[in-house]
Design a protein around this ligand. Sequence first.
Ligand SMILES: Cc1ncc(COP(=O)(O)O)c(C=O)c1O
Length: 385
Amino acid sequence: MKLFDVYPINDITITKAQGSYVWDENGVQYLDMYGGHAVISIGHLHPHWVKRIEEQLHKIAFYSNSVHIPIQQELADKLAKVSGKENYQLFLVNSGAEANENALKLASFHNGRKKIVAFNKSFHGRTSLAVAATDNPAIVAPVNQNDNVIFLPFNDEGALEDCFRVHGKEISSVIVEGIQGVGGIQIASESFLQKIRQLCDQHKAVFIADSVQCGYGRTGKFYSHDHAGVNADIYSMAKGMANGFPIGAILIAPHFQAKHGMLGTTFGGNHLACAAALAVLEVIEEENLIEQAKQRGMYLLNRLKKIDGIENVRGRGLMIGFDVPAELKDLRQNLLTKQNIFTGESKPNVIRLLPSLAITRKQVDEFLEALQEEVEALKQAEVAE
Ligand SMILES: Cc1ncc(COP(=O)(O)O)c(C=O)c1O
């Protein structure tokens, strides 16, 4: 049977991983500045994560949500402590799209309204409502098209005010990434997030903070929206939550009332996923990884700004992007093939850096040196042409 061919892939087979490195089948080592798509938060195969999953596997891996699963409460308590959102409620799912799907649905159950405000270049996932709120027509099937979603320019407070003036009574929720990932590492300004909070309060709409990529400590605070000093009503998360074990979740503000049957999932909150997610939070605490992401990120950002040739270096913590001008268009590919370094991208010309929060200073320097070398090589090739 053929695999359904939906991913443009690199011709590389990864067979081993440790910390911020992975190895291919020929034993070639690669530095992972991509974190397997922002998923590797505490480092590949962190020993505590392996041990936690192994121990759980010897007890029970799965039982349905029809019985008590105490490890879910353990995870909720730890998440409350590490995120600082002590009085929120937790609903566990399996992916980022599912988290956003449930967030948007819960908002609509809560206020009985239909309209969703989302922003240009947003990405919220590929399930029906999440993709309808995603600004990429190429991935929205006709059946997903939804007249209830209003797209506004990102960081435009005036447009948001105008929209609430016209549709205020119909707007169920506003969904926003604290830093757009797929959209090219675009930071939501603090005043924009504060404006969303203010307008949602004023019009009884729900503020959904999509933290699937920018959350979980990556930006130097637990949620990137925390930089603006506002609390959202619902936070969605996934990616870094269990360091590669599939899980997603929403944190729900205390004023939301749960009703039996209103949300549900078969696999969400299974024992193994909870063990993996607990391991991640324990390591984040133990190794002070949120502060480390902030410090390493600042160092990386400042050093990148000094590299002549790359443009618009931006980001927070270990969520960093820069523009690649046309004369350096092969930079990302060369980093991979000549320097054995994985990076992320946002089309058309952004390199995205999303390494593990546990990346060392030495590894950051290794990346910077390789990047400098490849930028110089491409510049010289351009001059020689
Ligand atoms: C901001 C954001 N939201 C949602 C998603 C969807 O997550 P998943 O692929 O786990 O469904 C992504 C994935 O890239 C994302 O970056």
